[in-house]
Design a protein around this ligand. Structure first.
Ligand SMILES: [Zn+2]
Length: 178
């Protein structure tokens, strides 16, 4: 970006800070020493989502948020946490080299996040995603909480637990899925 004062093309970065999903950079012009701030956003290439019927549609962050809101309805999950989850899922998908993702794979990414946030929201979302048909399927969903094998059980909150701080769900998805 050219210096706003003298249009010189080169500047040095004095400071870089994260501002949401953007980077805020304090810069100084190499010619006139003028200081200015830029906001930089990573350009993301989002894959197409292959739906169950086989048709494809563009990745839609709003739909992720909508699905999360439904799953978390009347649960102690802050709107801020839902936005953070949607952002992480979007980032995760954008980092994938694949140009397409199935709606099932996308659902599993969301589910891995919900597993760390709220057990009821997790079960609601999973029961649709995995097409739960009866008690055996439901028990299988709950197995991470029911079998406290060393290192295997997720640190999920109790159903009546306090609202979870967003920092608690910052673990990478790969860990959550392990
Ligand atoms: Zn300048």
């Amino acid at each position: 970006m050219n210096c706003p004062a003298c249009q010189h093309p080169d500047s040095k970065v004095l400071e870089t800070r994260a501002a949401g999903d953007a980077l805020k950079r304090r810069r100084q012009c190499l010619q006139c020493q003028h200081r200015f701030t830029t906001h930089e956003r990573v350009e993301r290439k989002l894959p197409l989502v292959i739906k169950r019927g086989g048709y494809r549609e563009p990745f839609d962050r709003d739909k992720i948020v909508e699905g999360l809101r439904l799953a978390c309805r009347k649960r102690p999950v802050e709107a801020r946490v839902i936005e953070e989850v949607a952002s992480r899922v979007e980032l995760r998908v954008s980092l994938s080299v694949a140009s397409e993702i199935t709606s099932g794979e996308l659902g599993e990414l969301i589910l891995a996040e919900l597993q760390e946030i709220d057990i009821v929201a997790y079960v609601r979302f999973a029961s649709v995603l995995r097409q739960v048909a009866g008690p055996a399927d439901l028990l299988a969903l709950l197995s991470p909480w029911l079998s406290p094998a060393a290192g295997a059980a997720p640190e999920g909150p109790a159903p009546e637990g306090p609202a979870i701080d967003g920092n608690d769900v910052a673990a990478p998805l790969s860990d959550a899925q392990a």
